[in-house]
Design a protein around this ligand. Structure first.
Ligand code: SAH
Length: 402
């Protein structure tokens, strides 16, 4: 792959503004012309209508996001040194966060927000998991994994390029070992003192929902969970429930559609040396199980709702809001007076403000008085570039229901 762009892309008049504001995406509709046919993932020069240099980007002719910008500096060469210094800078940010020795899993590179569009790297102990979300990264994955190996000395780098976003780039799903060894079968991580078994090759996302780390701790403070009967909806491998057990919860009822996730959740309890006969693990559709609980007049002291992404594109927004409203309405109905609801949305297309409005609608319909106690976002190892606000996807509220 060439280090210097040969092809120039001219933007339509007036479409240079977002680029000048350091937004890294150029949509197909903003392009006036190109003076050749760039390779897939190859470098291009972006110029305005008057041919003034704006940026250097990589190109994809299939994606609606035709170009993703790597540099706004006319003199910056996109070579080995460039990739290494960007990766190094992302790693330094994580070092500044000073994770305790009780946490060994975190996001090392967060794509656009670490000025490395399309590249996600998560660290799990001695292993790295890399996600190539775009062609521009996919064609450079050997080079990037070599740099990661040099800088981080992992036992292995696992590729989990099986995210839905790859479809839009015209890329197939790919998983495997990019460097070093495969992780052992019973691989475990530690998060704020709690152990979790993680399947780096087949688990959801890159194996674990690292973005909820701080929220798992915040929601499970002893004064909130001690002696409580807690419903952990969309539990995955136990997440919020395990922290609640650690801090004295009486009973956890976990719901997830994935049987493997629930089995791992139960294994995780034993992994931490806890003996629990009171907890429940229910496999199935959360909406159906919550309706069943409502019909049975079940009541809980605390409910956690951490559903998967409901809105994948603009056209899904209305349906997603109805889904969130239904779910939260059911939760409001299932809470004891004074009960707590920790509710999340990881749909980037639904803003915190819109999510709050949906919760307001659900509270009114459920005829419950509701107070906002706390608000949540993703963990600080998932920074958001201020010029790319849409990459802030996770939002949540701790609500008290009267
Ligand atoms: N709270 C978890 C992460 C949840 S991710 C943690 O802290 O680790 C969302 C989870 O929802 C996934 O485990 C997925 O298997 C589950 N899921 C998706 N659709 C579902 C449905 N309709 N009913 C129940 N669970 C569902």
């Amino acid at each position: 792959m060439n280090n210097t762009p040969i092809i120039t892309i001219t933007l339509k008049k007036g479409r240079e503004k977002p680029v000048k504001n350091k937004h890294p995406w150029i949509f197909s509709g903003a392009i006036h012309k190109r003076d050749g046919d760039p390779e897939q993932g190859g470098l291009v020069r972006i110029v305005d209508f008057k041919q003034n240099f704006l940026a250097t980007a990589y190109y994809n002719r299939i994606s609606q996001i035709r170009c993703r910008i790597l540099s706004w500096d006319n003199h910056e060469i996109i070579d080995e040194v460039f990739w290494k210094s960007r990766i190094q800078s992302a790693i330094e940010h994580r070092q500044q966060l000073h994770f305790s020795s009780q946490t060994n899993a975190y996001r090392l590179i967060n794509g656009e927000s670490d000025f490395l569009p399309g590249l996600i790297v998560d660290q799990y102990g001695d292993y790295l998991v890399m996600q190539c979300l775009t062609t521009g990264i996919d064609v450079r994955k050997e080079q990037i994994s070599k740099i990661l190996a040099e800088l981080c000395h992992p036992n292995g780098i696992i590729e989990r390029s099986d995210a839905y976003a790859r479809k839009r780039e015209g890329l197939p799903k790919t998983t495997g070992i990019l460097y070093g060894k495969a992780p052992p079968d019973s691989f475990t991580i530690i998060e704020n003192g709690v152990k979790f078994g993680v399947d780096l090759l087949n688990g959801q996302k890159t194996g674990f929902y690292l973005d909820q780390r701080e929220n798992r701790t915040a929601v499970s403070q002893p004064h909130l969970v001690e002696g409580k009967n807690i419903l952990n909806v969309f539990s995955y491998t136990g997440g919020f429930g395990l922290f609640a057990i650690k801090n004295g919860a009486k009973k956890i009822t976990n719901i997830d559609s994935s049987i493997e996730a629930l089995e791992q959740a139960e294994t995780n309890v034993a992994l931490n040396g806890w003996e629990r006969s009171e907890d429940e693990y229910l496999a199935g559709d959360a909406f159906e199980i919550l309706r069943y609980f409502r019909d049975q007049n079940e009541q809980f002291d605390m409910i956690i709702l951490d559903p998967p992404k409901f809105a994948k594109s603009q056209k899904d927004i209305d349906g997603a809001c109805r889904g969130y409203k239904d779910l939260n309405w059911l939760a409001f109905r299932l809470l004891e007076p004074g009960g707590l609801l920790a509710t999340f949305s990881c749909s980037g297309l639904i803003s915190q403000d819109l999510f709050q409005k949906v919760l307001f609608g659900a509270a009114v319909d459920a005829q419950r008085q509701v107070q906002i106690v706390q608000q949540f976002n993703h963990a600080p190892d998932h920074p958001t570039a201020i010029t790319v606000p849409e990459s802030a996807y996770l939002k949540g509220f701790l609500l008290r229901v009267i």
